[in-house]
Design a protein around this ligand. Structure first.
Ligand code: GLY
Ligand code: MN
Ligand code: MN
Length: 438
């Protein structure tokens, strides 16, 4: 969030979007709603990702409007006015002038007046592009404004004819990361890696998962990340077999593995790293055997990360290595082909090998075009995160029980292949042991 504001980056994005819509259309994008947590406490506010992408503005109660061809400027923002009394309680506001200056808006109006002003901006436009359904209360307001224009037809102004979901246009735009946003994502990756390294260094039997979490997140904050991209998963022993475990309240036991899936957010961009390491600093033979399989699967997947490969290629490569490893260690039986065809590996590997990454940790963009897996293109950023999860079960030898391993890195496709954004924290098991011993 505290990455420096880059006016040109947001301007280019608005222009790119405007180039895709008609000259007589209008774009309306509200930011996220403030949510009550309990009593007088609210959840920490985080701007809506689409709104932030287009504006860079991080205050709540704001709506951005793009009006192609509007004489006095095509970029209008509605936001909170300055209010010394409220600012004394809740913090400084940009105000109308500040919003114009900070965001490069052509005009700013008080959010309280949106019902009086926005219908006038919508009049005579053909299509309204907006995130239909994301904020139902805002949708209801917008339908009210549309009706208001219709009721005023005697003024010979027509209401927009179509309400169009903005997401298709904007999500494709957000999928391809440009140089300036990649620089931010590189920083988010580095900050997150520093936290994971810290976790490896402090980890000891007898600590609680939340204590390791605190050390890691302290490093995120010290590196400049104001908050996490998603709730940290700090899962020891059997907890690592719960894919999105977030209680983080167990005591670390010697002999167990600790799996951490956590990422810092920076400039509203997410990192998403998983590492798995032995609580007492040394992998057991079984842990090491399965760790080597997952790491080999990650390497195989990374080899497929290049332009012209499809979205499914890294996953297929990872699954083949994981399945062969499960067969080699007697956790699956039969032939490789049969296990792949019947997806028998899914008992131990139940998620896909990655997802797009950006302003959202599970970022936007289609994975298929028509019915085909999408081709990878320079600027696409995603995770590569194979894993194995062997929960305790009667039909599995106890020496494999409660081993949960995930190794997750973030990559960007480049013309010549790919770049790993999160390589500053080791995945090599010998390097991990050395770091923990040091
Ligand atoms: N942190 C959630 C995920 O890896 O998808
Ligand atoms: Mn992930
Ligand atoms: Mn993750």
């Amino acid at each position: 969030m505290n990455a420096p504001f880059n006016a040109d980056m947001h301007l280019r994005r608005r222009q790119e979007l405007l180039n895709q819509i008609g000259n007589n259309d209008i774009v309306i994008v509200p930011t996220a709603a403030v949510k009550s947590r309990n009593g007088d406490v609210e959840y920490q506010f985080r701007a809506d990702s689409d709104f932030f992408y287009l504006t860079g503005f991080t205050e709540p109660e704001s709506v951005a409007v793009l009006i192609p061809g509007r004489e006095s400027g095509q970029y209008v923002i509605f936001c909170r006015e300055k209010d010394p009394e409220r600012e004394m309680w809740d913090g400084i506001r940009a105000g109308l002038e500040g919003a114009v200056e900070q965001c490069g808006a052509d005009d700013a109006f008080p959010i309280e007046d949106i019902g009086d002003i926005l219908p006038g901006l919508m009049e005579e436009r053909d299509k309204v592009f907006t995130n239909v359904g994301r904020y139902p209360e805002f949708d209801i307001e917008m339908l009210g404004w549309l009706n208001k224009i219709k009721e005023n037809r005697r003024h010979h102004k027509h209401a927009p004819y179509e309400l169009v979901d903005l997401s298709h246009l904007l999500f494709e735009q957000r999928l391809i990361k440009r140089k300036d946003e990649l620089a931010i994502m590189r920083k988010a990756g580095k900050m997150s890696a520093a936290g994971h390294k810290r976790a490896m260094q402090v980890c000891q039997p007898g600590m609680f998962e939340y204590q390791v979490q605190a050390e890691m997140e302290c490093e995120f904050r010290k590196a400049g990340s104001p908050y996490n991209a998603y709730p940290s998963i700090v899962a020891s022993g059997a907890n690592a077999c719960i894919l999105h475990y977030t209680e983080n309240n167990a005591e670390l036991q010697a002999g167990d593995l600790l799996m951490i899936d956590a990422g810092a957010e920076y400039g509203c961009y997410a990192a998403d790293i998983s590492r798995t390491f032995p609580v007492s600093g040394k992998f057991s033979a079984q842990q090491r055997a399965l760790y080597d399989v997952v790491l080999a699967a990650q390497h195989a997947a990374l080899e497929q990360c290049a332009p012209g490969k499809t979205w499914d290629d890294p996953h297929r490569a990872a699954v083949a290595v994981l399945t062969q490893g499960l067969l080699d260690h007697g956790l699956l039986q039969g032939s490789l082909d049969e296990n792949l065809e019947k997806q028998l590996y899914s008992r131990f590997y139940m998620h896909r090998t990655g997802h797009w990454l950006g302003l959202d940790v599970h970022d936007v963009g289609d994975y298929q075009v028509d019915d085909d897996w999408r081709e990878l293109e320079p600027g696409m950023v995603f995770t590569v995160e194979p894993g194995l999860y062997i929960a305790a079960a009667d039909d599995i030898d106890t020496r494999w029980h409660n081993i949960g391993i995930r190794i997750e890195d973030n990559v960007v496709i480049r013309r010549e292949g790919h770049e790993v954004l999160t390589s500053a924290v080791p995945t090599d098991p010998d390097e991990i042991e050395a770091l923990m011993a040091g």
